[in-house]
Write a protein that binds this ligand. Structure first.
Ligand code: B12
Length: 213
């Protein structure tokens, strides 16, 4: 079935995208469902960019539209103020400045009561380890969109081992190019490339940790 929102996003039709988002919010779609349609739309933007049908300016346009989508959605994302006893460190790996997906996940985690330390983008493996040490985080979330940056995630996991922290921290990798193979190559515990899967993983980790206390 054709998803009009996905198509409007893929066509970089800002007005129509934002109108459809408004409509879907009113019709009771969840934020996760709406974000997913948009994410699939920008996936097409990426493909068109690879085929040279779109240019860098079009990638930038997709960023602008996605930010507009999040501005509409933010007031509707349910919040659960009860602070959960887990601290999470998140960042985009060294060399990569993509942060829209990471920011969406952080927003949803904070809305669900998790304490998230956002390290931003282009984060070195050493900085991730320093942050885990400083915050005593039990979950490390690493975002990656550029395939050639995946190797640096492996370095983060190796440094966690060297620091004697590997069994204290669950590593979750996320982003467009991640899959089971990336999870195995990097030594991460979980991977996710959509909102639903990401939130499911964080809930699962929370349950595991609570059962250990
Ligand atoms: C928007 C965009 C940009 C914007 C980024 C703006 C920003 N502030 O993030 C700009 C214009 C800056 C940009 C720049 C570049 N980009 Co770009 N970009 C994209 C595009 C079109 C969409 C990315 C996006 O925001 N998606 C929407 C979000 C919601 O989805 P997401 O990021 O996947 O996140 C979701 C999940 O993956 C998951 N998730 C994400 N992170 C995490 C983390 C954790 C812990 C968890 C659990 C889950 C999770 O949850 C999110 C919500 O569903 C993609 C295409 C694509 N298929 O992804 C290309 C793409 C990623 N870019 C690409 C390229 C090549 C570049 C440039 C090198 C272009 C250039 N010549 O300069 C530069 C690189 C700059 C750099 N050093 O990082 C390529 C990468 C190819 C590759 N395989 O490596 C892609 C795939 C396009 C393509 N097909 O060629 N880009």
């Amino acid at each position: 079935m054709k998803d009009e929102l996905q198509i409007a996003m893929a066509d970089l039709d800002e007005e129509r995208t934002l109108m459809l988002v408004e409509e879907r919010v009113k019709a009771g779609y969840s934020s996760g469902e709406i974000i997913e349609s948009c994410r699939r739309g920008v996936e097409v933007v990426g493909e068109k960019y690879s085929d040279s049908h779109y240019y860098l300016s079009d990638l930038i346009m997709s960023e602008e539209i996605l930010k507009g989508v999040m501005r509409i959605l933010e007031p509707y994302i349910p919040t659960n103020g009860a602070v959960k006893g887990l601290s999470i460190v998140m960042g985009t790996i060294e060399g990569d400045i993509h942060d829209l997906g990471k920011n969406i996940i952080i927003y949803l985690l904070r809305s669900s009561g998790y304490q998230v330390h956002d390290l931003g983008v282009d984060v070195t493996p050493e900085r991730f380890i320093q942050a885990v040490n400083e915050t005593k985080a039990s979950i490390l979330g690493i975002s990656v969109l550029l395939s050639f940056c995946i190797g640096s995630i492996k370095k983060v996991v190796d440094l966690l081992v060297d620091a004697g922290l590997r069994d204290k921290v669950k590593v979750v990798v996320g982003g467009y190019p991640v899959n089971q193979e990336v999870k195995e190559f990097t030594g991460a515990d979980f991977y996710a490339n959509d909102v639903t899967e990401a939130m499911k993983i964080y809930r699962e980790i929370l349950e595991i940790k609570e059962n250990l206390v």
